[in-house]
Design a protein around this ligand. Structure first.
Ligand code: T3D
Length: 247
């Protein structure tokens, strides 16, 4: 299933309606067992420029940006991370502010060579949100995370790949083919196991080695009882491609 952020004239900056549509799309991705991978991308020349800055009422003395995060962005980020299916992000152009951090919330991020990532927040005196302060230091180390957040400079897709911020930078013309092919490959994989791999990796930074070894034991016990494991081993021994069902 592909979700395309579609407000190209404003670089897909988020307005309220988009959150409603995203909620519906996520519910479909979560509920339909036939959907075994998700691809997120943007229409036009940008991926997403974050929150639409014209949408907030700057005269409102009770303006509560935290409330907005609680109501819309944060549930989306949580759902992306918790989705027990792989999420591929194809960053087709600029990813700024919340747009950058939504991309980084995805499991595998491909970016067009012309794309760039900007932690634009400090330019308007905000702190990075949508998980930025959580995964930036984990992905690129504290110094680069700090530079990105304080300076709000463009990080090119090539640097993003070199720094380990994203999986891969690809030529613009090849982005959608590569991302679609990656999502299709994942959709034919052992979906249940992929869900467990996500859970294990995302749990690891909060766990000690002992906790993580226990978690791996428990997860291996569970996936070892799944039909996809039997199919994987049978296919290996019979020298054929496995036909995983993911269920
Ligand atoms: O409010 C809350 O809920 C708090 C949460 C905040 C989360 C956030 O995301 S805060 C960060 C918000 N985003 C930004 O600050 C980025 C603002 N945009 C830019 O800095 C630049 O547009 C870019 C560097 C991303 C791209 O620059 P460029 O030169 O390629 O494009 P442009 O000409 O600036 O933008 C094209 C159009 O999109 C333009 O509209 P126009 O003049 O043609 O009618 C521009 O105003 C519009 N646009 C781009 N970003 C936003 C936006 N309009 C509203 N909000 C935006 N974020």
């Amino acid at each position: 299933m592909t979700i395309t952020l579609n407000r190209p004239e404003k670089l897909n900056a988020f307005v309220r309606d988009m959150h409603g549509l995203l909620r519906e799309a996520m519910a479909q991705a979560e509920g339909d067992a036939a959907i075994r991978a998700l691809l997120l991308t943007g229409a036009g020349r940008g991926f997403c420029a974050g929150q639409d800055l014209a949408e907030r009422d700057m005269k409102d003395p009770n303006l509560d940006l935290g409330g907005g995060l609680d109501a819309s962005y944060n549930p989306f980020i949580r759902r992306l991370r918790a989705l027990p299916k792989p999420v591929v992000c194809a960053v087709n152009g600029i990813a700024a502010g919340a747009g950058a951090n939504i991309a980084l919330a995805c499991d595998l991020v491909l970016a067009a060579r012309s794309a760039a990532f900007i932690q634009a927040f400090s330019k308007i005196a905000l702190v990075p949100d949508c998980g930025g302060t959580y995964w930036l230091p984990r992905l690129v180390g504290l110094q680069r995370a700090m530079g990105m957040a304080l300076l709000a400079e463009r990080v090119s897709a090539e640097d993003a790949e070199r720094w380990g911020l994203i999986w891969k930078c690809v030529d613009d013309a090849k982005l959608m083919d590569e991302a679609t092919s990656l999502a299709r490959t994942l959709a034919a994989g052992p979906t249940h196991t992929y869900g467990m791999i996500k859970k294990a990796l995302y749990a690891s930074s909060g766990n000690s080695l002992d906790q993580q070894l226990d978690l791996e034991r428990d997860f291996q016990r569970e996936v070892g009882r799944h039909g996809d494991y039997r199919e994987g081993v049978a296919a290996f021994l019979e020298k054929r491609k496995p036909a995983f069902t993911g269920r």
